[in-house]
Design a protein around this ligand. Structure first.
Ligand code: CA
Length: 257
């Protein structure tokens, strides 16, 4: 069987006899994801989204069952809710790490669970996503975490001539090195991780500044202008597009990884 799932996120996934080939990374493997989420509707939604990306998905609605399952079967990644019937997400995570199990974990948190989120990251979660979220965002995070955990050089984001090294924080477009202040760097990284997706000002504020509401400032627009002036200088085309009445997006190019 050979199904080409398309070039979503510029990331062609070909399923061949249960092997998932990630064209962007050259990895060949069966990627098994465990979803631990007691909200059945949400769990089903996540399952569908991840299966569409070619992942093999197991769903578990209860913390105790997840705990038992994780002792019996290997997974490549866990999408782990915090508040669960039975054992909670954080104690599952804590137990995994105590057992030196380094399986990547993305925590699913409610907006009010800030303390738990920080605790989760301290316990060794690889990332978190706050409810409510877009499936695209979760997929981007799953892919990013898998790339990181596969030990590859995907700490570098690329779009045409623009390269952003997330470790050394070097930014280049063509031959020119660009020095970006931390805020502009975070903004660029955020937009670049989901090329083509439009982010509202509120979403950008929340992710880049950590505000959970729109305080009615033009912070985002000002930062976008500064970022554009840095990365577009000397180039005819702008990599960041304004979408009227909505927000901004990173232009999707053939070469975006
Ligand atoms: Ca829950």
């Amino acid at each position: 069987m050979r199904i080409t799932a398309g070039a979503r996120n510029n990331y062609e996934i070909v399923i061949e006899r249960d092997l998932v080939f990630h064209a962007a990374s050259g990895m060949v493997s069966v990627m098994r994801i465990l979803i631990v989420e007691d909200e059945k509707k949400l769990a089903g939604f996540i399952r569908k989204g991840l299966e569409e990306q070619g992942f093999t998905v197991t769903v578990c609605h209860n913390g105790d069952e997840a705990y038992t399952l994780l002792r019996a079967e290997p997974f490549d990644l866990i999408v782990l809710d915090i508040m669960l019937p039975g054992r909670d997400g954080l104690s599952i995570l804590k137990n995994l790490r105590e057992r030196k199990n380094t399986v990547p974990v993305i925590l699913v948190t409610a907006r009010v669970e800030k303390v738990e989120r920080v605790e989760g990251l301290n316990l060794g979660a690889d990332d978190y996503i706050a409810k409510p979220f877009y499936m695209d965002e979760l997929i981007a995070r799953v892919q990013a975490v898998l790339r990181r955990s596969s030990g590859e050089q995907l700490s570098v984001l690329r779009a045409g001539e623009l390269t952003v090294n997330l470790i050394t924080r070097e930014v280049r477009r063509g031959k020119g090195e660009i020095i970006l202040p931390p805020r502009e760097f975070s903004l660029l990284e955020y937009l670049m991780r989901s090329p083509g997706r439009v982010f509202t000002r509120s979403q950008i504020l929340e992710h880049v500044w950590g505000y959970s509401f729109d305080p009615g400032t033009n912070l985002v627009d000002v930062c976008i202008q500064r970022l554009r002036s840095q990365i577009d200088t000397g180039h005819a085309d702008s990599l960041i597009e304004a979408v009227r009445g909505v927000g901004y997006r990173f232009r999707k190019t053939e070469e975006t990884v």
